[in-house]
Design a protein around this ligand. Structure first.
Ligand code: ADP
Ligand code: MG
Length: 276
């Protein structure tokens, strides 16, 4: 497996760029190939079980789609992974050795878990490239840095991310002038500047044109391997375009897991979700 090599490369790159993520220097144990382990998670809101004995495992470099009807617990699962919400019971571990339930939201972000919310939150009156600089600095007050003042390595990294997200030719436009889809890509780029090991993306293609959806599928596929990615999405066509493995959540637990075809032909899934 070259999984470990990939992981080490990602970590080494992080140190090169001195992103002040010292927390990531802690050894992450992925010796079993797993990056994320959620086990026996439970969470109730006023007696309502939003998460019900949930088990979810993700491998290093994997791209996973999570689908399920409204209220299935998809966003809540991401809230638990990122430390926004705490479960009542169960285990959430990054690699084999980092207990996510003991870390704060910002610590979880620093050890390499990046999250993209549904609505893009780019800085509209700043240029695309400045948004990426800001994401690298990790400090919302710093907009004064000029590209030329960055180190060669930092400049290389920005160009690399601009290329990945397909916004090279828009680098000097204000982010506010971008299309909805381009803003979503910029926000993914801002996450990439922090070199996360795990990216969580909630409904990335809502409101996108068909062409933008295709490019987003391409982008997410290109990130898999060097990152692990979890995508929550409603659009089945999109899920079919990107997913290797699909998890169906229903009432806070895993109803089915497998390839898109396996899941689509599962009678339980047809009943609760696809047959809607
Ligand atoms: P999904 O993202 O799959 O649509 P959610 O994770 O947002 O579902 O919600 C799962 C269930 O938990 C829903 O019934 C929702 O109303 C409930 N829920 C989520 N967050 C809260 C909260 N903070 N307080 C009360 N109920 C909540
Ligand atoms: Mg949701």
């Amino acid at each position: 497996m070259n999984v470990l090599r990939q992981l080490r490369k990602a970590m080494r790159r992080d140190r090169q760029f001195d992103l002040m993520h010292s927390a990531r220097d802690m050894e992450l144990d992925v010796s079993q190939g797993g990056l994320l382990y959620l086990e026996g998670l439970n969470l109730s809101f006023d007696g309502f079980k939003a998460i019900d004995d949930l088990n979810f495992y993700l491998n290093v470099g994997e791209l996973r789609c999570v689908i399920g009807p409204n209220g299935a617990g998809k966003t809540t699962m991401m809230d638990i992974i990122t430390g926004k919400t705490r479960p009542d019971s169960g285990r959430a571990s990054f690699g084999l050795n980092i207990d996510l339930l003991e870390l704060s939201e910002s610590e979880i972000a620093r050890i390499g878990i990046g999250r993209k919310f549904q609505k893009p939150t780019v800085f509209e009156c700043h240029r695309v490239i400045e948004n990426l600089e800001l994401a690298m600095a990790g400090d919302e007050r710093v907009f004064s840095t000029l590209f030329a003042k960055l180190s060669g390595e930092q400049q290389d990294r920005i160009v690399e991310v601009l290329t990945t997200i397909g916004l090279m030719e828009h680098a000097y436009r204000d982010a506010g002038a971008l299309s909805h889809g381009q803003k979503q890509w910029l926000e993914i780029g801002m996450l990439l500047m922090q070199d996360p090991l795990l990216l969580l993306v909630d409904e990335p293609v809502a409101g996108m044109t068909h062409q933008e959806m295709d490019r987003t599928a391409e982008l997410l596929r290109s990130l898999a391997g060097s990152h692990s990615v979890v995508v929550v999405e409603h659009d089945m066509e999109f899920v079919r375009a990107i997913a290797r493995r699909v998890t169906v959540l229903h009432r806070g637990r895993v109803l089915a897991e497998g390839t898109m075809d396996q899941v689509r032909n599962n009678p339980k899934v047809i009943e609760v979700y696809l047959g809607e």
